[in-house]
Design a protein around this ligand. Structure first.
Ligand SMILES: Nc1ncnc2c1ncn2[C@@H]1O[C@H](COP(=O)(O)OP(=O)(O)O)[C@@H](O)[C@H]1O
Ligand SMILES: [Mg+2]
Length: 321
């Protein structure tokens, strides 16, 4: 008898636009627990009201996966992304655990909503604004500059540190708002949190099942410290303050697992402030600097918490414990 009483290995869908290191790690982790991980691209998943569940997931024939891990969603038109998220919503409606749930992914992909939810939950996060009106956005720049503060203008759906611009007060000069056409005609502004220009860092903390499992510093001379922008990952202790902040941020967005970005901020109570929360987080950089098996932590949390599978002794869902 295999888990869940199915014949053969029950199949978990790993939804991704890119197979490689992450999907291999997830498949190995699933295999260790008696499950088969099958990759499918959300772009290739279809609605078909005549199909058994109204859905076609490549590699699953007429059946539904027992669970879904969302690993990557490719960029696309508003219509395509709506359909892809629709597939995730539909899977949830059919009773399939989706890790992270579409609602959580939507919240975290939208930086304005992330700021709103973090602030509402009382989690330290830089003050932020999102306005369609350029006049209103300029007012914020001027008001903040006159108080001696600068801002970061970010693409609201951005990732990997692409397209960020410092505006308002920057190194003593006033930098005006650029044309918002490259920003989807939306100004998402966040207060700039100053860091040392050389070898400054931010933190990435991975939270799995509500618990912070590992942390790293991303070190760079550039103020945008994403690994994709050339920052180096350096091992960092997961202090109780950092863990608690990241866990609160993950909970505020309703995440099963989350990559939480934090900046050192001496003015914040825990010494750090949450910049953003990633709902489709990569962990290759983090895996290099931690002994915790991250893919196994994710898989075990999915199986235990979302599928209710009793993991035996030694198969703790608390990675590293
Ligand atoms: N408010 C800010 N103050 C200072 N640095 C910031 C701020 N926001 C972002 N950064 C820098 O830019 C990086 C990318 O910003 P982030 O909001 O995480 O967007 P992305 O989704 O592109 O990763 C951060 O990791 C940090 O190094
Ligand atoms: Mg980030």
């Amino acid at each position: 008898m295999t888990p869940l009483g199915e014949v053969g290995h029950p199949r978990v869908a790993i939804l991704t636009d890119e197979t490689g290191w992450h999907t291999r790690k997830l498949r190995e982790a699933l295999r260790r627990r008696g499950f088969e991980g099958r990759c499918a691209d959300l772009a290739d998943c279809r609605f078909d009201t005549a199909a058994p569940y109204g859905l076609c997931i490549p590699g699953f024939g007429r059946r539904l996966p027992v669970a879904v891990i969302v690993r990557g969603i490719a960029g696309g038109t508003l219509e395509q992304i709506t359909k892809r998220l629709g597939i995730l919503h539909a899977l949830r409606e059919m009773g399939v655990p989706v890790y992270n749930d579409a609602r959580a992914i939507e919240r975290s992909v939208d930086k304005a909503m992330t700021s709103f939810l973090l602030a509402r939950a009382g989690v330290a996060t830089p003050q932020a604004w999102a306005a369609e009106s350029e006049v209103e956005a300029r007012r914020v720049l001027v008001r903040e500059a006159s108080a001696g503060r600068g801002l970061v203008l970010k693409p609201v759906f951005g990732s990997q540190g692409k397209g960020l611009v410092r505006v308002g007060l920057v190194e003593g000069q006033f930098v005006p708002l650029p044309d918002l056409k490259d920003f989807g005609r939306l100004a998402y502004l966040q207060r700039y949190v100053a860091q040392p220009a050389r070898a400054g860092f931010d933190w990435r903390v991975l939270v799995v099942g509500g618990r912070a499992v590992a942390a790293m510093q991303r070190v760079s001379d550039h103020w945008v410290r994403n690994i994709a922008q050339g920052a180096r990952s350096v091992a960092a202790p997961l202090t109780p303050a950092l863990a608690s902040l990241a866990e609160q941020a993950s909970a505020a967005l309703g995440m099963d697992y989350a990559g939480v970005d934090l900046l050192p901020d001496p003015e914040a109570p825990g010494g750090a402030t949450v910049m953003e929360v990633n709902g489709v987080a990569a962990w290759r950089g983090l895996q290099k600097v931690t002994s915790v098996d991250i893919a196994q932590a994710i898989v075990d949390d999915l199986l235990a918490r979302r599928l209710g599978l009793p993991l035996g002794p030694g198969l703790s869902t608390r990675a590293g414990s």
